[in-house]
Design a protein around this ligand. Structure first.
Ligand code: RFL
Ligand code: PHB
Length: 409
């Protein structure tokens, strides 16, 4: 089989892969995106909703912010609710920044449209089965499409293929291979994992948002989150058991639980038709390093956060931004230093994001094994982070997003 050639082979048309393809395109570097699902599937996958300040700015600066600015919502703050009282965190006053509420699938649609308008290539229904020759100068992607087997020879492979992709295992294999071959500086892959004893039951409902900004609620029955998608569609979540059966949650039970957990003076939760229900497990995961030879991981392929801090999509785009900058320096200017430091640069930021997401999750949820002391600690944290200026600033600074390129700026 003769392999096609490209400069950067990108696996996955999620936020990481599409953002990387866009940034490379803008710098005149050719790439091919291989995505196993159909375009319709990836454009309708309901996931995240919050874009960090710098992520939104990056989209604007690269010509994909117009619809976000027209149809998305600018949120200059958020709310924490506990003991039946609402506490506002004013991002604008505390940090001078805001976040954008704009659905992940809309970002994905905009990125796909921008790429295709520039004549860039995305192959849908193209499933990568193997990444070969990672340690050499030209790694090869073997993929299946329409029943046929194909190959793509690349200078670089970016595995932006999510948590269940092929990239992470290929990278682990390449590191082991290098160790077996006695490479002096080779080490293995290390994974860090934490599962939480609960999940989120999420609904999409044909109901106008009950508030202008999000409400993160800590309640004796468990966490709840009020979010939104548009002027007519709300997105709400409830803490539930990890093995929760949706059949145990008829619409009436969901609305009653949400109303109890989100109750505060002067607030009524409007109810209406539920369009979609799902259960999302909660997990923290990081695998190190994020590169081996000519293979680089970005986004969920290398790390997962629980959704409480609204960070997964943002972390994926941040990796893509760091990788694009390093690739432009390497492939256009011949300077490989950024590529050599890619994993370290990303992981420094990722661990801070992991910490924030873990901390928000620990502060806001009910843990069945908590002692009375643990519950008092949780309460003291909520009090501190909503009443102290330093506490509110720390929360706001992390929520609007840490610098995209790390300390390097
Ligand atoms: P993705 O989006 O999973 O994309 C990976 C793509 O790779 C494809 N793929 C392959 N293609 C070809 N060959 C193969 N062998 C392949 N294997 C996989 C897949 O089909 C897919 O299209 O990963 P990426 O780009 O790293 O993006 C990560 C984000 O999608 C994820 O972190 C966020 O959605 C997480 N998340 C949230 N993040 C936020 O920043 N803010 C939020 O408010 C937020 N809320 C959420 C969330 C995730 C949720 N779920 C369902 C997991 C809320 C929920 C409910
Ligand atoms: C969402 O709107 O889906 C959303 C918002 C904030 C989160 C998680 C999910 O922390």
């Amino acid at each position: 089989m003769t392999a096609r050639q490209t400069r950067v082979g990108i696996i996955g048309a999620g936020p990481a892969g599409l953002a990387l393809a866009l940034l490379l395109e803008r710098a005149g570097i050719e790439s091919v995106v291989l995505e196993r699902h159909t375009r319709e599937y990836v454009e309708n996958r309901i996931r995240a909703g919050i874009l960090e300040y710098e992520v939104a700015e990056l989209l604007r600066a690269n010509g994909v912010g117009a619809r976000m600015d027209r149809e998305g919502f600018r949120h200059a703050g958020t709310n924490l609710l506990f003991d039946g009282a609402l506490h506002h965190i004013d991002f604008a006053a505390l940090t001078g920044k805001h976040v954008m509420l704009y659905s992940q699938h809309e970002v994905v649609r905009d990125l796909i449209a921008a790429r295709l308008a520039q004549g860039g290539e995305i192959r849908f229904g193209a499933e990568v089965a193997e990444i070969a020759a990672i340690g050499g100068p030209r790694p090869v992607l073997h993929w299946r499409e329409a029943g046929g087997e194909r190959a793509l020879a690349c200078e670089i492979v970016a595995a932006c293929d999510g948590f269940h992709g092929v990239g992470r295992a290929a990278l682990a294999g390449a590191l082991t291979g290098a160790m077996d071959a006695g490479a002096l500086d080779a080490g293995g892959m290390e994974s860090f994992d934490r599962a939480y004893p609960f999940a989120w039951l999420g609904i999409l409902a044909a109901v106008p948002p009950a508030k202008e900004e999000l409400v993160y609620a800590s309640h004796a029955e468990g966490f709840a989150l009020l979010s939104m998608r548009s002027a007519t569609v709300s997105r709400l979540y409830l803490q539930c058991a990890p093995d929760e059966l949706l059949s145990a949650w008829p619409d009436g039970r969901i609305w009653e639980a949400l109303a109890r957990r989100l109750a505060h003076p002067g607030f009524t939760l409007p109810t209406g038709p539920i369009l979609q229900k799902s259960v999302t497990p909660m997990r923290s995961f990081v695998s190190e390093p994020m590169q081996a030879g000519r293979l680089f991981l970005a986004g969920d392929a290398a790390h997962i956060v629980p959704p409480t801090g609204a960070k997964g999509l943002n972390a994926a785009v941040a990796d893509a931004a760091v990788l694009a900058r390093a690739l432009v320096r390497a492939l256009r200017d011949g300077d490989e230093r950024g590529l050599a430091g890619y994993s370290a640069t990303c992981l420094d930021r990722i661990w801070k994001i992991e910490r924030f997401s873990w901390w928000m999750t620990a502060m806001m949820h009910r843990f069945a094994d908590h002692s009375a002391f643990d519950r008092r600690m949780q309460h003291a944290e909520l009090e501190y982070y909503t009443s102290s200026l330093a506490g509110r600033t720390a929360l706001a600074e992390n929520y609007v997003g840490l610098p995209l390129y790390g300390e390097e700026g």
